[in-house]
Write a protein that binds this ligand. Structure first.
Ligand code: ZN
Length: 288
């Protein structure tokens, strides 16, 4: 049983906002890295206890966030992608995909540090389903026959994961407390918007993650449950809507299609951006 473990920073217990926690040079960046790495180690411990043969830890946060010096020595560590999507998942003959430290998709209410890729995204959807980073990689995994079996992060992400992958094992370690979608926000405003959350203590978070990871692989190995694959229906249509920002005062959108390859579609650039002309057009472009 080979596991690809995707990591991110914004869904880790104790990590609170972009300003002070998520970029090199920020006051609490080194602490944030330690908190993430310990959550990763907890998941690794659970997966090995549950029978995993090998684990690749993918360092998915923009500037990198896993502290390799403190990482469990049994894993392999990946930084940088061989090409774009599906982020090296196509290379290793993996059986299972798992997530640690993941945050919910843009527009999610009650979510902490909410975004998709960056806070410039208003919404990304595939065939009428709005997705975030969890959905992007899980959909690619499905096409490759890799089952998505575990996700930890904030509560809103656990709910997002269960809606997209019914039966997936999830653990939540904090819950955002700000209501509303923030659709009115520019890119810069949205970055500041969702800093409020209630966090579990990091030690408690790690206990839950270790137990959850062990449960997930146990269930996946039992062969009685076939959870983890998203049914995909080609052709695929991707709709991307971008928030206004300092340089560009209007919302923009891009629509792309692919006959049968969702990984290729995910990798296509947003290179045909057009202005969203009206609120009515915006409502038509957005899923919810
Ligand atoms: Zn992210």
């Amino acid at each position: 049983m080979r596991i690809y473990l995707m990591t991110d920073l914004e869904g880790v217990a104790g990590v609170q906002n972009f300003e002070l926690w998520t970029r090199p040079g920020c006051l609490f960046y080194l602490l944030a890295r330690q908190l993430l790495t310990q959550e990763v180690n907890a998941a690794v411990e659970g997966f090995f206890a549950g029978g995993a043969d090998s684990i690749l830890v993918a360092d998915g946060h923009g500037p990198g966030a896993v502290d390799v010096a403190d990482l469990d020595p049994r894993v392999e560590y990946m930084r940088g992608w061989p090409k774009s999507w599906p982020l090296g998942l196509e290379e290793g003959g993996y059986d299972f995909l798992a997530f640690v430290g993941q945050h919910a998709k843009s527009r999610t209410p009650q979510s902490n540090m909410t975004h998709t890729q960056g806070t410039g995204y208003l919404e990304l959807s595939i065939n009428g389903t709005a997705i975030g980073e969890f959905g992007q990689l899980s959909m690619c995994a499905s096409q490759l026959g890799v089952r998505t079996i575990f996700a930890s992060g904030e509560k809103a992400l656990a709910e997002e994961a269960q809606a997209l992958v019914p039966g997936i094992e999830t653990v939540w370690v904090k819950r955002g407390t700000r209501p509303g979608r923030g659709d009115e926000c520019t890119e810069e405003q949205y970055r500041q918007r969702n800093g409020s959350a209630v966090h579990l203590h990091p030690q408690r978070a790690r206990e839950l993650i270790r137990e959850g990871a062990q449960r997930a692989i146990g269930r996946a190995a039992s062969r009685e449950e076939e959870f983890g694959i998203i049914p995909l229906q080609p052709p695929f249509r991707r709709v991307y809507v971008q928030r206004a920002n300092k340089k560009r005062p209007t919302r923009m959108y891009d629509i792309a299609e692919h006959a049968d390859d969702i990984c290729a579609l995910m990798a296509m650039p947003h290179d045909n951006l057009r202005v969203v002309e009206s609120e009515e057009q915006l409502r038509d472009l957005l899923v919810d």
